[in-house]
Design a protein around this ligand. Structure first.
Ligand SMILES: Nc1ncnc2c1ncn2[C@@H]1O[C@H](COP(=O)(O)OP(=O)(O)O)[C@@H](O)[C@H]1O
Ligand SMILES: [Mg+2]
Length: 251
């Protein structure tokens, strides 16, 4: 099933065509990564999908529903959560508190709750019980009472992902979730994403150019260059595509 459909989306900043007619689909319950040289439009696309930028043209559909031009909080309520290239956490709050703050804005949809009904019930469905379950899933339960500023770079990325899960999102848009993270933790982050995909049925659309790490985990790769999609398909097929190789070598 197609969870996300991006059709002919364009976005310019003055004379610069950051997105120039982008069309792509993201299948439900996959880990899809978006690659491309710096400046190819990846973050701009995440901003359009999540409602931070309004596209000049084209449309975005989520679960078959038109979401083009909706403001970020409406898109978030429909079940799309995102992280940023630079983590945005509440630095003085603890790990647990960072999750509880996200729960306050809970859209009220009970996707995760229904999937993990038994475990939520054991903790009487409380927000804290849900938060602890999520911290276990992402591997942060041992640091639940540490302030966010005390975490390693990789743990900050995991906390951002955990916060997305608190909102019961179905689609997570992650912008470079392993940038600046050491290889061991980077592999752990991708293994966690796979687990979340399999256990909770979450769909991931991830901007990531560290293919050496990401490649063995991904279901599908979409490659962009200069605001366009230049290849899309199975990982092996995309990384061997001459257009992709040229975009990287030429860029
Ligand atoms: N808010 C903005 N204002 C002006 N130019 C922007 C803005 N956001 C992105 N751009 C430009 O759009 C192009 C694509 O940027 P971006 O989407 O951040 O690329 P990527 O994430 O693939 O590195 C770049 O040339 C960038 O400088
Ligand atoms: Mg970017």
């Amino acid at each position: 099933m197609r969870l996300l459909e991006v059709g002919n989306v364009s976005k310019s900043f003055g004379n610069l065509h950051a997105l120039d007619g982008v069309t792509l689909d993201v299948e439900s319950k996959t880990l899809t990564i978006l690659i491309g040289p710096n400046g190819s439009g990846k973050t701009t696309l995440i901003n359009v999908i999540s409602g931070f930028y309004r596209p000049d043209e084209g449309n975005v559909m989520f679960q078959g529903r038109q979401i083009t031009g909706l403001p970020p909080h409406k898109i978030y309520k429909l079940g799309i959560a995102r992280t940023f290239q630079i983590p945005t956490l509440f630095w003085k709050l603890t790990v647990l508190e960072n999750l509880l703050v996200a729960e306050k804005n809970n859209p009220g949809e009970s996707f995760l709750r229904s999937l993990l009904k038994r475990s939520w019930e054991n903790s009487e469905g409380s927000a804290a019980g849900k938060a602890f379950k999520i911290l276990e899933l992402v591997g942060l339960s041992a640091v639940w009472d540490k302030p966010a500023y005390n975490l390693s770079g990789g743990q900050m990325k995991l906390l951002e992902i955990a916060r997305c899960l608190m909102t019961d999102a179905k689609l997570l848009l992650l912008d470079e979730p392993i940038s600046g993270v050491n290889p061991t933790l980077a592999h752990e982050i991708f293994s966690r994403l796979i687990k979340l995909r399999d256990e909770l049925g979450i769909t991931f659309f991830v901007v990531e150019h560290r293919l050496d790490i990401a490649l063995s985990y991904v279901d599908h790769i979409i490659a962009m260059a200069l605001g366009n999609v230049i290849a899309s398909g199975q990982p092996e097929q995309v990384i061997n595509d001459p257009k992709v190789i040229e975009a990287y070598l030429g860029g």
